[in-house]
Design a protein around this ligand. Structure first.
Ligand SMILES: [Zn+2]
Length: 207
C-alpha cells in the first residue's frame, strides 16, 4: 500500500507551506462513515486512454494502482512498459486535488532509452520512470508551475509555455526549475531568466 497521506504530510516543510488538502466528497453522514477520497482521472493526450487514481478510504493508493499506471504511462513511441516511481502518482494526486480534483492531461510519462537518446536527452528522468509531462485543462500553466514549486521539494519542475505543459520529476536531492520556450518538436530553448538556470541535472529533463 502506498501511504499517500503520510507521504503528503512528509512533504511539509518546517513552515508548513503545504496544507493537507481537504477531501472533497467526504462522507460525514452517519456514525462511523469513512472519509472518501475522490478518484482523479488521468487522460493521455496521445493514446487517448484514461486511468483513474482511486485511493482507498484512508487515502492510500493500492498497489494495483501502480501496476496499472505502469501501462498507462508506458512509452507511447514504443509501447515499452517500465516501473514508475511511487512518489510520482502521489504528487499527481495531490496536484489534482489542490485544483478541485480536475482531470490531468498526460503528455508523456515513461520514455524508452532509444527515444530519450533520439531527443538528445539520454539521461532523461523520463527514461527512469520518474517524470511526467502534463497540464490541467482550465488551470493556467503558470499557476500550475507555481504550485509545484511551492508545494514540493526534491523535484524538477519544467515550464513549457509554448508547448503547453509542465514537467515534474522526482528523486532529486533538491528542487530544480527551468523554463523552456521551445514549441512542440523544436530543440530546447531555455530561458536565461530561469530561477535556476538549467544545469546538467535539469537538462536531463527534456520535454
Ligand atoms: Zn518532461
Amino acid at each position: 500500500m502506498i501511504r499517500l497521506l503520510v507521504a503528503a504530510l512528509m512533504l511539509l516543510p518546517a513552515g508548513g507551506a503545504l496544507a493537507r488538502p481537504a477531501p472533497r466528497g467526504a462522507k460525514s453522514a452517519g456514525k462511523g462513515a469513512l472519509r472518501r477520497w475522490p478518484a482523479v482521472q488521468l487522460d493521455h493526450l496521445t493514446t487517448h486512454e484514461r486511468y483513474q487514481l482511486c485511493p482507498d478510504a484512508a487515502g492510500h493508493l493500492p498497489r494495483r494502482q501502480l501496476q496499472g499506471l505502469r501501462r498507462f504511462l508506458r512509452c507511447h513511441h514504443t509501447g515499452r512498459v517500465h516501473s514508475i516511481e511511487s512518489r510520482l502518482p502521489q504528487l499527481l494526486y495531490t496536484v489534482s486535488h489542490h485544483f478541485g480534483d480536475r482531470a490531468i492531461t498526460v503528455i508523456a510519462g515513461y520514455r524508452a532509452p532509444k527515444i530519450a537518446l533520439e531527443k538528445g536527452n539520454p539521461r532523461s528522468p523520463h527514461k527512469q520512470g520518474r517524470a511526467v509531462d502534463f497540464r490541467i485543462e482550465g488551470v493556467q500553466l503558470s499557476d500550475l508551475r507555481d504550485y509545484l514549486l511551492r508545494a514540493f521539494d526534491k523535484v524538477g519542475v519544467g515550464y513549457y509555455p509554448n508547448s503547453g505543459f509542465v514537467h515534474l520529476d522526482v528523486g532529486r536531492k533538491k528542487r530544480v526549475s527551468w523554463i523552456d520556450y521551445s514549441h512542440p518538436g523544436e530543440r530546447s530553448r531555455y530561458s536565461p531568466e530561469s530561477a535556476t538556470p538549467p544545469d546538467a541535472d535539469a537538462v536531463e529533463a527534456d520535454e
